[in-house]
Design a protein. Structure first.
Length: 152
């Protein structure tokens, strides 16, 4: 993660903060996610039935792709110097734009949209995160993700 001073945040708004490494979304990962969430819809877990769909095979759950944002942020997000703790604060918007076929590589691109000091030492950061699919024109998803960082 990139480390910045709180005084530098306003100058970074609108800037690309980072791009994560690629992560493979294979069938094993999809199956484990299906088990954990109890979402076993055939398009995710039944390779034979999924071949008959317009996707031509299984695809990752949208929520699986979304859940990878935490991992992506490790290499592509930022941390304010002196941070004691950071927490997921939610989303303003999430749009699933394209399916992620099993076996695809995905990565996250982070743009800092806003940074507000809500209370002394408490910063709300808003990122626009785009999850790209390697070799695809259209991203898997775009989300406005909120994170709170506590410094002091």
């Amino acid at each position: 993660m990139k480390s910045v001073k709180s005084s530098e945040l306003s100058g970074l708004i609108g800037s690309e903060i980072g791009v994560s490494d690629w992560i493979k979304v294979d069938q094993d990962r999809i199956n484990v996610f299906a088990d954990v969430t109890e979402d076993h819809q055939f398009i995710h877990v039944n390779e034979e039935a999924a071949k008959m769909t317009p996707f031509g095979g299984t695809i990752a759950h949208g929520f699986l792709t979304l859940s990878l944002l935490s991992k992506f942020s490790e290499g592509a997000g930022l941390v304010i110097e002196g941070v004691k703790m950071g927490v997921n604060y939610g989303f303003e918007k999430v749009r699933f734009l394209a399916p992620v076929p099993s076996g695809s590589n995905v990565r996250g691109k982070f743009v800092l949209k806003d940074a507000v000091e809500k209370k002394p030492g408490q910063f709300l950061l808003t990122y626009e995160v785009t999850v790209e699919i390697e070799g695809a024109e259209k991203p898997a998803l775009i989300a406005d993700w909120l994170g709170m960082q506590f410094i002091g």
